[in-house]
Design a protein around this ligand. Structure first.
Ligand code: BTN
Length: 274
C-alpha cells in the first residue's frame, strides 16, 4: 500500500503547527521559487526581521554546498530558509551550520524516532549497513553587514521527506535517502517544519544567551566523523587524509595527518573512510 499523500504546504497549515516566538513570526510559503536562500537574501537586504522564514514546495535552482545543485521536486520534501540577524551571530558564525544540523537531527528524532547522524560539518545521514546515506543538507550563507559590522545569516535547509527512491536521480540513489524510505511512513511536512523551527529557536536562544559550549556538546554527541579516518575534498586544493580527532572551539574539524601534524579544516567535503 502506498503511504497517504501529504497535503500541500500552506501558510495556514504551518501556522497551525508553529510554537515559536520569533522564528517564523514572519513567514511566507511559495509554490515554486528558484532558491529559498536567494529569495530570503533579497528580503534580508530589504530589512526582513530576525527569524524570517521562507518555505517553498519546489525550487528550480536549489543551491547546495560547494556550488552543487539541490534536487528540489514539488510536493515531497522540505525546502526552507531562516534569517538570523542578532549581533551575537557574527561572533559565533562558524557555529551556525553545526547548530542547524543539531536542530535537524532533533526534529527528525522527535517526529520519527530515527537516530540521524552528522557528517562534519552539516550533512545529516542515516547509517544503514555501515553506509551513510544523506537525508538532509544545510547551506549557510552570510550576507552583507549592517553599519555596525554585524552579519546577516541565511540558513537553508533541505530535508528529503516523502521522496521515494525512484524519484531521486539515478546517480543519487545509492547515496541519498528520505524519511519515507527509512521509516516506510510519510511525514506531514508542516509538522516536521514546525518541529524544526522550534528546535532551531531553542538552540539559537541558547547560542545568543550562553555562547556555543552547549551547542558544541550536542553537536559532538550526534557527529559520526570524530575518531574516523577521513578524506577531505577542499575547494581549489588537493584533498587531505587523516584521522578526525576533534571539533575545535570555533567548530573547525581537527585532522591528524599521516605526518602527525594537526590541521584545522574550516570548509570541505568529508568522506568517511573507515
Ligand atoms: C548541501 O549541499 O548539503 C546543502 C543543501 C541545502 C539545500 C537547501 S534547500 C533550501 C535552501 N535553499 C537553497 O537553495 N538551498 C537550501
Amino acid at each position: 500500500m502506498s503511504p497517504p499523500p501529504d497535503p500541500p504546504l500552506s501558510i495556514e497549515a504551518v501556522r497551525a503547527r508553529l510554537t515559536t516566538r520569533i522564528i517564523g513570526a514572519n513567514l511566507s510559503v511559495h509554490d515554486e521559487v528558484d532558491s529559498t536562500n536567494r529569495l530570503l537574501t533579497d528580503l534580508a537586504h530589504r530589512g526582513a526581521p530576525d527569524g524570517t522564514v521562507v518555505v517553498a514546495e519546489s525550487q528550480t535552482a536549489g543551491r547546495g554546498r560547494m556550488g552543487r545543485h539541490w534536487v528540489s521536486p514539488p510536493g515531497l520534501n522540505l525546502y526552507v530558509s531562516i534569517l538570523l540577524t542578532r549581533p551575537q551571530v557574527t561572533a559565533a558564525l562558524t557555529w551556525i551550520p553545526l547548530l542547524a544540523a543539531v536542530a535537524v537531527v532533533r526534529a527528525i528524532r522527535d517526529l520519527t524516532q530515527l537516530a540521524a547522524r552528522l557528517k562534519w560539518p552539516n550533512d545529516v545521514l542515516v547509517v544503514r549497513n555501515g553506509n551513510g546515506r544523506k537525508l538532509a543538507g544545510i547551506l549557510v550563507e552570510a550576507i552583507g553587514g549592517s553599519p555596525a559590522g554585524t552579519r546577516l545569516v541565511v540558513v537553508g535547509i533541505g530535508v528529503n521527506v516523502n521522496m521515494p527512491l525512484a524519484a531521486f536521480p539515478q546517480d543519487l540513489r545509492s547515496i541519498a535517502t528520505s524519511l519515507l524510505i527509512e521509516t516506510g511512513r510519510s511525514v506531514e511536512r508542516a509538522h516536521l517544519l514546525a518541529s524544526l523551527l522550534a528546535e532551531l529557536e531553542v538552540l539559537y536562544d541558547q547560542l545568543c544567551d550562553q555562547g556555543p559550549e552547549g551547542i558544541a556538546a550536542a553537536y559532538r554527541e550526534s557527529c559520526d566523523t570524530i575518531g574516523r579516518r577521513v578524506r577531505i575534498e577542499l575547494m581549489g586544493s588537493a584533498p587531505v587524509e587523516g584521522t578526525a580527532e576533534e571539533i575545535a572551539p570555533d567548530g573547525a574539524l581537527r585532522l591528524r595527518g599521516a605526518d602527525g601534524k594537526m590541521l584545522e579544516i574550516r570548509a570541505g567535503d568529508v568522506v568517511h573512510l573507515a
